[in-house]
Design a protein around this ligand. Structure first.
Ligand code: GDP
Ligand code: IMO
Ligand code: MG
Length: 423
């Protein structure tokens, strides 16, 4: 069977965790393919809220296997905390969690390097989650990294020491004030590594090929969003992996022809956390209101998310780059009560109106051009079927569908698993 993809189309936090959880009952395997603990995927059901960082969002279901693919970077310390949380909720993760031997490891010194790099950038900082993502992917592409499979080698500790020592020299080279106690950090790291080693490590590309041959269904879970993609995002204010569809091929070892549906997920408005350009960002009461009602605070860092209107130009770009076949719109409930909604349908770019995402989207070059649509007043959070959705809401969705030339098949009207409506 084909591999379906679930991809964030904006700057992350679209609601991927919730939708993967909703879709999991249809899949045998849920596989994360990139990113690491910079991600924070929130799931809500039975009155409980769970946040996952590295573990795939299918872990709460009994019948699916959850795979951490080769494209993911794993911090054993954060991974252990996630496992401890699952254990608290009596989730028997051992029987359904697999880890690729080729996934790279985030060492304590990668986190320190992230902090040093950000501190050295001053005002130009990326606004990284400081989880060591950039330095770990740099070691991967620089061919210096350590992988999960290395934990099974005799000389693993020597390999660790050599890389950590090299990192310490690099930290000193940055010439910034970074306070740390590596001995303490390593103590915690070694404990977490032992926990990680109790899990099942596999040659995941082989496993997935066999699963496909056996007719198993697979959903690849993305992290971050297309506008944070290392190639197609708002570089340099991006993450260090390919968050787009192609990343699923390299991050799992799946061929392009094996890809089936590509679900693209977006919020009914836009948010961004961290630095970087954001054409439709609002600095007024309207933006404040979206953030307040939408509870827009980062699931990993707790930082306030910047809010703004939906940017259809950027969304179209993401649909195109990923080959999205179905769209899922989140957080429609947050927009209830606005008399008028604005949607950015073009940019004024260097005095000219354009409808594509140009190389440079810094505010001095580019201003959004808005189309206004009528808002709705009804509270959507109690609605359970498409028939009860208000006319203005349906008009908004129809308008987006037409502009994006892609069907919006699911709308989400609240954080809970049950607040999900098929169209
Ligand atoms: P992810 O990183 O894409 O998984 O998204 P996050 O978990 O970081 O952020 C999405 C936030 O929105 C979480 O707090 C979810 O519980 C919440 N959420 C998801 N869908 C909806 C929705 O339809 N309405 C509302 N109000 N909240 C939602
Ligand atoms: P999920 O999977 C939102 C942002 C950071 C920063 C930039 C680089 O929950 O959608 P990094 O730590 O990767 O070096 O940070 O990317 N960022 C995210 N923003 N959601 C995420 O993940 C993010 N992961 C990274 O805020 O601007
Ligand atoms: Mg998130």
């Amino acid at each position: 069977m084909a591999v379906d993809l679930l991809l964030g189309l904006q700057w992350g936090d679209e609601g991927k965790g919730k939708i993967v959880d909703v879709l999991t009952s249809k899949y045998d395997i849920i596989a994360r393919f990139q990113g690491g603990p910079n991600a924070g995927h929130t799931l809500e059901f039975d009155g409980q809220k769970h946040v996952l960082h590295t573990i795939p969002s299918g872990i709460f279901h009994d019948n699916s296997v959850n795979l951490v693919g080769n494209g993911v970077v794993i911090d054993p310390v954060i991974f252990k905390k996630e496992l401890d949380n699952l254990a608290k909720h009596n989730i028997d993760y051992r029987s359904k969690l697999l880890i690729s031997r080729k996934a790279h490891l985030i060492l304590p010194t990668h986190r320190l390097l992230d902090a040093a790099s950000e501190a050295s950038k001053g005002k130009a900082k990326i606004g990284s989650t400081l989880k060591g993502i950039g330095p770990t992917y740099m070691d991967k592409t620089g061919r210096n990294g350590l992988r999960v499979g290395d934990l099974e080698l005799e000389d693993w500790k020597e390999r660790y020491r050599a890389l950590a020592d090299k990192h310490e020299k690099m930290i000193a080279f940055y010439d910034v004030e970074i306070q740390y106690n590596l001995k303490e950090l390593e103590k915690e790291f070694w404990t977490a590594v032992e926990t990680l080693k109790e899990l099942t490590f596999i040659d995941s590309e082989e496993y997935l090929h066999q699963a496909m041959k056996d007719g198993k269904s697979i959903l690849a879970e993305g992290a971050q969003g297309s506008l944070l993609d290392i190639d197609f995002g708002t570089y340099p204010f991006v993450t260090s992996s390919n968050t787009t569809a192609a990343g699923a091929c390299t991050g799992l070892g799946v061929a392009p022809r094996e890809i089936g549906e590509a679900f693209g997920i977006f919020k009914a408005y836009t948010t961004r956390v961290g630095s970087g350009p954001f054409p439709t960002e609002l600095f007024d009461e309207v933006g404040e209101k979206m953030g307040r009602i939408g509870n827009e605070f980062g699931a990993t860092t707790g930082r306030k998310r910047r809010c703004g209107w939906l940017d259809l130009v950027a969304l179209k770009y993401a649909v195109q780059v990923n080959g999205i076949t179905q769209l899922i719109m989140m957080k429609g409930d947050v927009l209830s009560g606005f008399d008028t909604l604005k949607v950015c349908t073009a940019y004024k770019y260097k005095g000219e109106e354009i409808t594509h995402l140009p190389y440079n989207i810094e505010p001095e070059n580019l201003q959004p051009v808005y189309t206004e649509v009528k808002g709705w007043k009804e509270d959507l959070t109690k609605m359970t079927d498409a028939e009860s959705l208000p006319k203005e809401f349906n008009d908004y969705v129809d308008f987006l569908e037409k502009e994006l030339e892609t069907p919006i098949t699911i709308v989400s009207v609240g954080p809970d698993r049950k607040q999900t409506i098929k169209r």
